[in-house]
Design a protein around this ligand. Structure first.
Ligand SMILES: [Zn+2]
Length: 208
C-alpha cells in the first residue's frame, strides 16, 4: 500500500519534503530547506529518517529554497537518482542553489571569525561542490502535462501561478493495476501579477 511521510512543512511552512513509497520505490516531492530562525535551521542538520541512497527519484514543484534548498545535502548524503523539474525551475535552481551555498559559506566563515559555532571551524550545510553535483542530476519534466517517472509514478504538471515555472504536481500512483491520485499543490498564487496567471479559480473545479 502506498505511503506518504511528511519530512518537512509539517507544523511549519518551510522544509517541504514529501516521501511517497510504493512497491519499494521511493519518490520525494520537493526537497526544501527549513528556514526562519535557529531552531528551524538546526533541523537541516538532522539526518533524514530514510537514507538518501534509498530514495529513487525527486520531483520539484518550484525553485524556492524552502522546496529545493536541501537538494545538495540529499546528494552529498548519497542520493543517486534523477531530480525531475521543468526547464524554468532548473534555470532558477542553477541561480538559487549556488547562491544558497555562497551564503552558507559566508555565514560559516563569519561564525568561525566571531567564535559562535559549535564546530571549529564552522561548517556550511553544503558548499559549491555539492551544488555542482546536484545540478548534474536534473532531468527534464514538461511545464504542463504528463511525465512518466517509473511504472509506479506518473506526474501531471499544472500551472500554480506562484513564481516562474511553479507547478502543482498531480501524482498518479499505480499499484497492482489500481491508480491512486494525489495532488501536491506546491505554493499557490499570487493574484494580479504581470508575469503570472492567477490560476486558482480556473483550476479549482478539477482538483479532487
Ligand atoms: Zn514558494
Amino acid at each position: 500500500m502506498a505511503r506518504i511521510t511528511f519530512l518537512g512543512a509539517a507544523g511549519t511552512v518551510t522544509g517541504s519534503k514529501y516521501l511517497v513509497e510504493v512497491n519499494q520505490k521511493r519518490l520525494l516531492i520537493d526537497c526544501g530547506l527549513f528556514q526562519g530562525g535557529d531552531e528551524l535551521s538546526q533541523r537541516n542538520w538532522q539526518k533524514l529518517p530514510q537514507a538518501p541512497a534509498t530514495i529513487d527519484f525527486v520531483a520539484l514543484t518550484h525553485a524556492h529554497l524552502d522546496h529545493t534548498g536541501y537538494l545538495p545535502r540529499l546528494v552529498s548524503g548519497g542520493f543517486r537518482g534523477p531530480i525531475f523539474a521543468n526547464a524554468t525551475t532548473q534555470e532558477l535552481c542553477a541561480l538559487l542553489l549556488p547562491d544558497s551555498a555562497h551564503l552558507m559559506e559566508e555565514d560559516a566563515e563569519h561564525a568561525t571569525r566571531h567564535g559562535y559555532s559549535s564546530h571549529k571551524p564552522a561548517l556550511p550545510l553544503y558548499a559549491q561542490d555539492q551544488v555542482v553535483a546536484t545540478l548534474k542530476k536534473f532531468a527534464s519534466m514538461p511545464r504542463l502535462g504528463e511525465c512518466r517517472i517509473s511504472p509506479e509514478f506518473l506526474i501531471r504538471s499544472h500551472d500554480a501561478g506562484h513564481i516562474l515555472g511553479s507547478s502543482s504536481l498531480e501524482l498518479v500512483i499505480t499499484e497492482s493495476a489500481k491508480n491512486t491520485t494525489i495532488l501536491f499543490s506546491g505554493d499557490l498564487g499570487r493574484y494580479d501579477q504581470v508575469l503570472l496567471k492567477a490560476i486558482l479559480a480556473r483550476h479549482r473545479p478539477m482538483w479532487r
